[in-house]
Design a protein around this ligand. Structure first.
Ligand code: GUN
Length: 287
């Protein structure tokens, strides 16, 4: 079997077209959706991600502001910028790119973002709403994965899903979203004994570990759907995922490529979350 390739570029382009229509409708009603992205430091990967996020906003007709600060910025200075953006009516979404420099506490910074503007869905209040089944913002990467599974008509009710990686950004919210959709979910981590036993029982495998090619075809059940959240650079400078694509595609029924899989979906869902934040502002104004 050779797996169907789940095309994140094409699906994200369709979602961004819908976003552009909703942005135009909001703008016509006097609310131009606005996203502020803050980057502290000069991490090269973060710089690329942030630039892509801002470019996608502009292409879809959203207002976007990119604030870049040196790694020497104090946490207090960053908190002051977040407070100013919380109070700025032109800004509906605020994203502080992670990781932050070591001298900062990411929890304190995220908690400073107004929950209604937390388009990453990382604030404890948004994490709690997701956990209790009433999400305000779904974290962008797991939200994008859910859209891919939906677009591919992957059955979720009763499916066995194994997630490798238990981060707040991907693994934990991914588990909650899949569980809400009726899947039976296992979250594995770097200490999981006999990881392959778990993955071989899974109808859906989501890999988000940051370890290049750690899951290969021998670890998969024939016909599994494989979602690769990883993005790593090989010694030769090529991009690769957390899944060994060549062997996995011979066993899986569907697989996301790297690049061109989950990455573009994360950006598309950030735009969706920003639009939703702006739509809520308009709805509140009309009441
Ligand atoms: N760093 C890696 N992924 C993300 C993300 O989705 N949001 C933010 N803010 N930082 C990240």
């Amino acid at each position: 079997m050779t797996a169907r390739v789940i095309d994140g570029v094409a699906l994200s382009a369709r979602i961004r077209e819908e976003v552009a229509l909703r942005a135009a409708a909001l703008t016509a009603q006097g609310v131009r959706p606005g996203l502020a992205v803050i980057l502290v430091g000069i991490d090269p990967a973060s710089q690329v991600y942030v630039r892509n996020k801002v470019a996608a906003c502009e292409k879809a007709g959203l207002h976007s502001v990119m604030e870049q600060y040196p790694a020497t910025m104090t946490q207090q200075e960053l908190l002051e910028r977040v407070h100013a953006l919380n109070a700025d009516p032109a800004i509906h979404g605020i994203l502080v790119q992670l990781p932050l420099p070591k001298h900062m506490d990411p929890h304190q910074v995220i908690e400073a973002i107004a929950a209604q503007k937390d388009v990453d869905g990382f604030h404890v209040s948004n994490a709690g709403l997701l956990m209790t089944g009433k999400p305000l913002f779904r974290p962008c990467t797991p939200y994008g994965v859910m859209k891919m599974l939906e677009a591919e008509n992957v059955p979720l009710r009763g499916a066995v899903a194994v997630i490798i990686g238990a981060s707040n950004i991907v693994g934990k919210p991914m588990a909650l979203l899949l569980q809400s959709a009726g899947a039976t979910v296992t979250i594995c981590n770097s200490k999981t004994r006999d990881l392959a036993w778990h993955t071989r029982h899974a109808d859906i495998v989501v890999v988000a570990t940051g370890r290049p090619r750690m899951v290969d075809g021998s670890m998969l059940k024939p016909g599994a759907v494989v979602i690769d959240v990883g993005i790593n650079r090989t010694a030769e400078g090529k991009l690769c995922g957390d899944v060994d694509y060549e062997s996995a595609r011979e066993v899986a029924s569907a697989i996301t490529p790297v690049p061109g899989g989950v990455g573009p979906m994360t950006i598309a869902m950030l735009l969706v979350n920003t639009i939703e934040a702006a739509e809520r502002t308009l709805a509140a104004r009309q009441h």
